[in-house]
Design a protein around this ligand. Structure first.
Ligand code: PMP
Length: 420
């Protein structure tokens, strides 16, 4: 355990927090991979989990396990309390107006599919349009294609420039009266671009078009205030904000959620059932059919508390500093080309190295204990836009350090030697 920690640089006075202390909350960061200290730079795929999240899961199963909402007994009430308290935490975390606007889902993907099925599909007709951007994750493309196939609607795509930024004028021009829904990624998982979503929402609202924001890459990196953004729907995944897999949140404005039909039918989403008629439950339960991921939801509350304790603005400042350092270091590698040079970027760096296939880079780097992701990152249209099959991607979180960036650079130099 000690060895890996000792490789870290001591706290500098300008650091907004003590990264050593944060790292000590994440036991996995002390493990070795291939005999080397793990350097985990695949945070856009999923983040590691702090002890408080693991403890919450453990405590739930060891002490409180019971089904929620339906029981009068002690354990059921404890489990319900944990689940509903977490909803309150998350409501505060994203500054939603009310807890009923927080729907627990499996993750970003399920949240988008819920809105596609229960909202957009019901409101759109053949020939009308759904607008997305050229940098969407597959989970913000395919659900809309399915809606289009089923309704005859048309999927339109706002283009991006060579830096990987949205071309705002083109986006604005595309907001015609035919557009009935807009769905935008907040931060691109393959380019790191932070989109000016507040402005883009305003532009869509000027035409009375509701907007969903895919915040999968936002919640653990940047302050999120859904009321300030004024988005109509916002989705994110727990596992990308130090929480468990299989749990996430769909935020929706209650005026929309109230009028939407349920996504799934089953237990807990009803007030009464007869063979003739079912009366649906109130929000948010109308959208939470069946026994949910109680342990996951409860632990997600612990994850949001953990982020709050460190302070999201501190995390943002720390990661921006790390991004600047990593960008400079990577650009100094001869033959390395970055994909994605947006002015406003999150700590995600996609790159190519001469004509070495990204998978080969990833494999060599892995042998040095450095975990990065290689491939299309579920954004094949982005790869097509840049005329490449794949990239290597280093994505950072608040527990990463400049020493780890240096380890990445050393491993890339090693890969270069092997493939030269
Ligand atoms: N959107 C973006 C921008 C993502 O990065 C991801 C995950 N890589 C998703 C959506 C899908 O998230 P999940 O698989 O957790 O549903």
């Amino acid at each position: 355990m000690k060895a890996a920690v000792e490789t870290l640089t001591p706290l500098r006075s300008k650091d907004p927090f003590d990264v050593w202390s944060i790292r000590s909350d994440f036991p996995i960061l002390n493990r070795k991979v291939n005999g080397k200290p793990l350097v985990y730079l695949d945070n856009a795929a999923t983040t590691q989990k702090p002890m408080c999240v693991v403890d919450s899961l453990r405590r739930y199963y060891l002490e409180d396990n019971s089904n929620i909402h339906r029981g009068v007994h002690y354990l059921s009430q404890k489990a319900t309390e944990g689940y509903e308290n977490s909803r309150k935490n998350l409501c505060g975390f994203i500054n939603a107006q009310q807890t009923q606007e927080i729907i627990f889902v499996r993750g970003t993907t399920e949240g988008i599919n819920l809105v596609a099925n229960s909202f957009v599909k019901k409101r759109i007709n053949a020939g009308e349009e759904i607008l997305i951007t050229g940098m969407e994750h597959h989970s913000n493309i395919v659900p809309w294609q399915i809606v289009c196939q089923e309704t005859g609607a048309i999927l339109r795509v706002a283009p991006i420039n060579d830096k990987g930024e949205i071309i705002l004028e083109e986006y604005e021009k595309m907001l015609s009266p035919k557009v009935k829904f807009v769905s935008l990624v907040h931060i691109s998982n393959s380019l790191g671009t932070v989109n000016p979503v507040k402005q883009m929402i305003e532009m869509a609202h000027a035409h009375d078009i509701p907007v969903l924001i895919d915040g999968a890459q936002t919640v653990s990196h940047m302050k999120l205030d859904v009321q300030d953004l004024n988005c109509d729907f916002y989705v994110f995944s727990g596992h990308k904000m130090f929480g468990p897999t299989g749990i996430g949140v769909l935020y929706g404005k209650s005026e929309y959620l109230e009028n939407m039909s349920p996504y799934q039918g089953g237990g807990d989403m009803i007030k009464s059932v007869t063979f003739e008629k079912t009366i649906y439950n109130d929000l948010p339960y109308k959208f939470e059919a069946g026994t949910p991921n109680i342990a996951g939801a409860t632990a997600l509350g612990a994850a949001s508390d953990y982020i709050n304790k460190i302070g999201i603005d501190n995390i943002y400042a720390y990661e921006q500093d790390l991004l600047a350092y990593a960008t400079q270091a990577l650009l100094s590698v001869d033959g390395l080309r970055m994909i994605g040079a947006a002015k406003n970027k999150s700590a995600v760096i996609s790159f190519m190295l001469e004509d070495v296939h990204p998978h080969d880079i990833g494999t060599i780097i892995d042998s040095e204990g450095v975990a990065i992701r290689t491939g299309h990152h579920c954004t094949q249209p982005v790869m097509q836009r840049f005329g490449i099959p794949a990239t290597a991607r280093a994505s950072f979180a608040m527990y990463n350090t400049k020493d780890e960036v240096d380890a990445l650079i050393r491993s890339i130099e090693k890969a270069k030697k092997i493939f030269r």
